[in-house]
Design a protein around this ligand. Structure first.
Ligand SMILES: O=C(CO)[C@H](O)[C@H](O)COP(=O)(O)O
Length: 241
């Protein structure tokens, strides 16, 4: 019998995620307080950060997780954790995104973690976004629904208020569990279709003004740097913008 000794080939999107995750993790320095994002790209970044902690290259870092997922991964990879209330600063936060516009505004919350992500990312001295090139859009809302975290008892009335703002909300349903997605904070998520969001700063405020809304996934004016993975033939590179 012949053995298949070929290495599995990584698909291009996964390859791009690895490269941006590695590039972002390399920007963390010893002594820093680091915000750990959520999602598949942030998960890879946490893994690369853990490698640097384990091999002694990074010492004395502390990490603030943005979700149950990122705290579990940090524990698994030996990254010391702290909390928002215990730190006097966050030096750097590294997080993924679902859409990035040319002004580096974002839609986040594909993993329903945007409430804590915004707390951490907004507080960081430097906020770095890690994405593959499929996330770049000309205008927000054109490829992804806008996630809005809501109190369970308010989801119907918040939905009606979102319709008045021109959105079409749908309750996010769980996979492998009956019923809706429940966030780390015990709330629900409405995914809202806006065909195109031309004024994200105004919409971000208007949505957060609706009683019963915890936070929405528009991240406006927070990003300092985007690391984008790009494919050219069989090469993957990382571009900064
Ligand atoms: O906002 C997020 C979670 O709430 C994620 O950062 C976003 O959904 C991107 O995830 P991925 O890197 O898996 O594409």
């Amino acid at each position: 019998m012949l053995l298949n000794t070929r290495k599995p080939v990584m698909d291009p999107v996964t390859h791009m995620k690895h490269e941006v995750a590695k590039a972002a993790a390399s920007r963390v320095q010893s002594g820093m307080v680091v915000g750990l994002g959520s999602g598949s790209t942030a998960a890879l970044m946490i893994q690369y950060l853990g490698d640097r902690v384990r091999n002694g290259e990074l010492t004395n870092i502390q990490a603030v997780p943005t979700s149950f997922q990122s705290s579990v991964l940090a524990n698994e990879y030996g990254i010391p954790l702290t909390t928002l209330n215990e730190v006097d600063r966050i030096d750097i936060a590294i997080d993924g995104a679902d859409e990035v516009d040319p002004q580096r505004n974002l839609i986040k919350g594909g993993g329903a973690c945007h409430t804590r992500e915004k707390l951490v990312d907004a507080r960081a001295e430097q906020f770095i976004v890690v994405v593959d090139s499929s996330k770049l859009v000309e205008a927000l809302g054109t490829t992804f629904l806008l996630p809005v975290e809501v109190l369970p008892e308010a989801y119907i009335q918040v939905g009606k208020a979102l319709e008045k703002l021109g959105g079409k909300p749908e309750l996010r349903m769980a996979v492998k569990k009956a019923g809706p997605v429940v966030t780390d904070q015990g709330n629900l998520v409405l995914d809202v279709k806006f065909d195109r969001i031309d004024q994200p700063a105004e919409l971000e405020k208007a949505i957060n003004n609706i009683p019963g809304v915890l936070e929405n996934g528009l991240f406006v004016g927070l990003t300092d740097l985007v690391l984008v993975g790009e494919v050219d033939g069989d090469r993957v590179s990382v571009r900064e913008f």
